[in-house]
Design a protein. Structure first.
Length: 114
């Protein structure tokens, strides 16, 4: 109940391809292909291979395929939460991966179709 009130929009669990662009902790620009964990009209939650600063802005492209056509939506968002999640590997090892919650400050708009 509290999460729904705070978010204001319903989240949908899905694995959509994303391209995330921004600046890492060392000040270097990056572009990374990842997938969404959940998404709503207000934001998206996903894993990134590198941590970035909370409150920084990133560019997010959402890639959707429908009936043989590919549609790319692009928007900007602000990192509102940064989680380090422990993941266990098949070999018994584990690692901490950064997961980011991004609130859209510019709603994704269609930029291309193939």
């Amino acid at each position: 109940m509290g999460d729904m009130e705070r978010r204001g929009t319903r989240r949908i669990s899905c694995n959509l391809p994303l391209v995330v662009q921004g600046t890492d902790l060392q000040g270097k620009k990056f572009s990374e292909l990842t997938t969404s964990i959940n998404i709503s009209s207000g934001g998206v939650y996903f894993r990134l291979s590198q941590p970035i600063e909370e409150d920084c802005q990133v560019s997010i492209s959402i890639i959707q395929s429908r009936g043989g056509d590919t549609v790319r939506l692009k928007g900007r968002g602000r990192v509102v939460r940064h989680d380090m999640v422990e993941r266990h590997g098949l070999s018994g090892g584990h690692r901490m991966d950064p997961f980011l919650a991004v609130h859209f400050v510019e709603s994704p708009q269609q930029v291309s179709a193939a």
